[in-house]
Design a protein around this ligand. Sequence first.
Ligand code: PEP
Length: 254
Amino acid sequence: MTNKLKYFIGNWKVFGDFGSLKIIYQIHRFYVKFKKRHIVKNKIILCVPSTLIYFFTKKFKSKFISIGAQNCHHQKMYGSFTGSLSASMLKKVGAKYIILGHSENRSEGDTNRLIKQKIKSALDQKLNVIFCIGETIAEKKEGKTFSVLKKQMRDSIDKKYNSNNIFIAYEPIWSIGTGKIPKVQELKKIFKFIKGEFKKNFKTRSFPIVLYGGSVNDKNIRMFSSISEIDGFLIGGASQSSKKFIDIIKNYYR
Ligand code: PEP
């Protein structure tokens, strides 16, 4: 069992309403008991729809669970951007983290350049950024995984940014929601590459926190636990159920 700090981050996507507060209570209750039995360091973050951030952070205070957002507009504060929310607004309602560059947002037009601006406005608000990168299946087949990841990082992170507040989430696009996952040896190489590239190119105290995301569930989590380079997980579908999310954590440390 590892004693390195591990992150379990949920991406609820378009899911949840006020009643979903019970999911957070259930995870919290499990976690309080779990911490009594296991001396392990980990952190739970739930990135929920913007409509729920204020409600959850006001109704529920937990030192174990933090609440995050899933995207923001690239401008800093206020402006004529109908339907959008700025990083400062999300911060004010209680978000501590924010997912940026998710492939679902990239597929709707988020370019590396736009993501760079979003990262800047989030960092300016002292939000911790969970920056998603990953290749398509076609890019993987053409052997372009490393060059794609390198470009996504270089084009979206400015050397001047405070990179200590940026987590990288490696999310191969072909793995999101498909049940398909990369092989252990592939992941080891990719994680080493991402950490090396990041440390070499950006202002950072140490190696960055790098998460894996893509079809993580309670069955395959054991396989991931053998890869020490992985600092945690970004979990989509399975984070929408307290049972599945709890089973992922339990099975990781089994
Ligand atoms: C995601 O959307 O960030 C994700 C990892 O989804 P899933 O776990 O459902 O593949």
